[in-house]
Design a protein around this ligand. Structure first.
Ligand code: AR6
Length: 169
């Protein structure tokens, strides 16, 4: 599995799947979630609403898949990162689960390349270095015969520098 790092806007990626850092109500919001819904159009929210009606949303650490609307990626995987509460509320296990569950969903949908944003490191307040370690460890631990490429997409300089450092170790 090839690991790539890029700095930029995840909505522009042509990977088979891109991942959204959503909330458990799948209601849309700011940050990367807002950017994805704006760029992908209303079809995405329509499917989120169906999932909400059927399953009540998406619990923290889990993942669901929808259309990518008008985005260049084939599919959109929504996962819900933990809100940082000081590190004693199982945040690490939940963040790890986000990456694993998104990868599993990509695999079961035969999606070979997937791009992740830095889940939970925006308004959810997860410390960036810690979150990057969890993300990289989770992806490296995932053995797959389907997924050939994982892209870490960093939007801000701080995350990009952290990933550059960690991926070169
Ligand atoms: N492409 C890639 N990464 C981005 C983009 C983009 N276009 N825009 C922002 N980021 P956040 P969270 C980065 O706050 O902390 C939403 O309102 C950003 O620099 O989007 O998981 C949801 O609805 C940061 O590193 O997500 C939830 O309610 C990273 O994306 C809540 O925020 C994550 O920041 C989720 O909070």
């Amino acid at each position: 599995m090839e690991l790539q790092l890029i700095k930029g806007d995840i909505t522009q990626l042509h990977t088979d799947a891109i991942v959204n850092a959503a909330n458990s109500g799948l209601m849309g919001g700011g940050g990367v979630d807002g950017a994805i819904h704006r760029a992908g159009g209303p079809e995405i929210m329509d499917e989120c609403q169906l999932i909400r009606e059927r399953e009540g949303g998406c619990p923290t650490g889990e993942a669901v898949i929808t259309t990518s609307g008008s985005l260049p990626a084939k599919k959109l995987i929504h996962t819900v990162g933990p809100v940082w509460k000081g590190g004693h509320s199982d945040e690490e296990a939940k963040l790890h689960a986000c990456y694993i569950n998104a990868l599993k969903l990509a695999e079961s949908n035969d999606l070979q390349s997937i791009a992740f944003p830095n889940i939970s490191t925006g308004v959810y307040g997860y410390p960036k270095s810690d979150a990057a370690r969890v993300a990289i460890n989770a992806v490296k631990s995932f053995k797959s015969n389907v997924i050939t490429k994982v892209v870490f997409v960093c939007f801000d300089d701080a995350n990009h520098q952290i990933y550059q450092q960690l991926l070169s170790e």
